[in-house]
Write a protein that binds this ligand. Structure first.
Ligand SMILES: Cc1cc2nc3c(=O)[nH]c(=O)nc-3n(C[C@H](O)[C@H](O)[C@H](O)COP(=O)(O)OP(=O)(O)OC[C@H]3O[C@@H](n4cnc5c(N)ncnc54)[C@H](O)[C@@H]3O)c2cc1C
Length: 451
């Protein structure tokens, strides 16, 4: 029987980061992956969506080039080629992950692994012995048990990412991050998109005011939003056209939306079944999540859980950091997980990003804050690059002058939000943050202006 210091189940951002870090630290590591290295993020999540969205953004930019006194004629796109490029990008990055793991001596085992006990993992006929076990099995799409769901064809994000023929119309159930990124992509390519959302605003968890502004922008571009609307059943359209009918109820009564395609995007659930998790009898929270301490260690010493399986944030960058913390703990290095400044980004065009608390979360906790809000036009670089567009930057400042939260609507929110994340994580005060020299002209200077 092969013996390793660390056995890792799952080769997504959590698993491959842990494997690489442990390999680098000189530990013997075995990593089990049943599908493709890179997990959801590289193969069917973060990277493929952003690759498609970049094509859509380039197309939008070219169509509106006249705003910058540039002429671009006969602007068009080729969806099969966009999808092919996405596959090329994914292949390149997956190979990169494989190369790094191999370089650090990680033993990669392809197949579905099963936990026998905390020191043994089975994969196929083989049993592997380990001192430490890292569970990084990630999450999967949640399909809600709506009446009629088994009687209609629907897409999940996987189908939407590989689809080579544009539908004329698309209904998206769920206006969360994934739903909105697909709404943005298909809207750019000319598809009539309707977003049906049960909550009273899209992008739950993000700043509500900025989310509403983004929604208004997409409504102007033709996306139809139905908020506070509950989908009650699904059926094929009665006219025999092969379209899908989404029946809903909201304050105005009952109704239906009919579209050529339906994208199901109501959320994701941790993968907790099918790999022998029950053999460990780990302590769970009331909501069924596995209890972990600040080192990502479970109630069983030597067993760690990282990434989407924790059910905390369902984001790749959280998974990466959790994995580093777990490996550092195993290696005896001081480290602890902090969730104070986990950025959230929606890669629509414009992007929206936030880090730390929102006004809504502070209100729920009864914490007072000062809100500073500035139009993005206070950044010279933003004005130079965003003709006829505006956005908002919002900072939430505590009584002791530390930063509690930061939210940005405007490009490139995804890139500049890290500046605020650092200030929040390091508990910088307004005066301390202001002493940092920002390059000029950059969009990030908006934070200095707000301070
Ligand atoms: C459409 C979409 C877009 C997204 N965009 C972003 C984004 O822009 N930014 C962001 O931060 N996050 C994004 N996410 C979320 C991100 O993909 C996840 O947070 C991240 O992949 C979680 O990493 P993980 O390692 O926990 O799990 P996963 O990436 O889910 O990896 C788990 C791996 O474990 C393997 N596995 C499971 N069980 C076993 C077993 N028994 N044996 C062997 N292998 C097993 C699976 O095959 C999988 O490869 C997106 C997700 C989706 C679906």
């Amino acid at each position: 029987m092969d013996k390793y210091q660390i056995a890792i189940i799952g080769g997504g951002p959590a698993g491959y980061t842990a494997a690489e870090a442990a390999g680098k630290a000189g530990m013997s590591v075995v990593l089990f992956e049943k599908n493709s290295l890179g997990g959801v993020c590289l193969n069917e999540g973060c990277i493929p969506t952003k690759t498609l969205l970049y094509s859509a953004k380039t197309y939008d930019g070219a169509r509106h080039a006249a705003k910058y006194a540039v002429s671009a004629e006969n602007v068009g796109f080729d969806l099969p080629k966009i999808i092919a490029r996405k596959q090329k990008v994914v292949r390149k990055l997956v190979l990169g992950v494989k190369g790094k793991l191999t370089a650090h001596g990680v033993k990669i085992v392809t197949g579905a692994a099963e936990v026998v006990d905390k020191n043994h993992v089975r994969c196929g006929e083989e049993v592997y012995e380990c001192d430490n076990l890292l569970l990084c099995t990630g999450s999967e799409t949640f399909i809600p048990p709506i009446v009629g769901v088994d009687t209609v064809p629907y897409w999940t994000h996987r189908d939407a990412l590989d689809n080579k023929e544009l539908p004329q119309s698309l209904t998206i159930i769920g206006g969360g991050v994934i739903g909105m990124e697909f709404a943005s992509f298909f809207n750019s390519l000319g598809v009539q998109v309707t977003v049906v959302e049960m909550m009273d605003e899209i992008l739950g968890g993000m700043d509500k005011e900025l989310s509403a502004l983004l929604r208004a922008e997409y409504a102007k571009r033709g996306v139809k939003f139905m908020l506070s609307t509950k989908v009650v059943s699904l059926a094929m359209a009665e006219d025999g056209s092969g379209q899908v009918q989404v029946n809903y109820e909201n304050a105005e009564g009952a109704g239906s939306v009919v579209a050529e395609r339906l994208l199901m995007s109501v959320g994701r659930r941790p993968v907790t079944k099918g790999f022998g998790l029950e053999n460990l009898e780990l302590q769970k929270t009331e909501r069924g999540s596995i209890v972990v301490d600040e080192h990502m260690q479970t109630s069983l010493a030597g067993v760690y859980v990282c990434g989407d399986l924790t059910g905390f944030s369902l984001l790749a960058h959280t998974a990466v950091r959790e994995a580093e913390v777990a490996v550092n703990h195993i290696a005896g290095r001081e480290d602890a997980m902090s969730y104070r400044a986990i950025p959230g980004v929606v890669y629509t065009n414009p992007e929206i990003a936030g880090v730390g608390e929102t006004e809504e979360s502070l209100q729920r906790k009864g914490i007072a804050c000062r809100v500073v809000k500035l139009p993005m036009a206070y950044s010279g670089r933003f004005v130079a690059e965003n003709e006829g567009v505006n956005g908002v930057c919002k900072l939430l400042i505590a009584d002791d002058d530390t930063i509690l939260g930061a939210h940005v609507l405007g490009n490139p929110a995804s890139e500049i939000i890290t500046l605020a994340g650092m200030a929040i994580e390091l508990k910088l005060t307004v005066a301390e943050w202001k002493k940092i020299v920002f390059p000029h002209p950059t969009v990030g200077e908006i934070f200095r202006e707000a301070l």
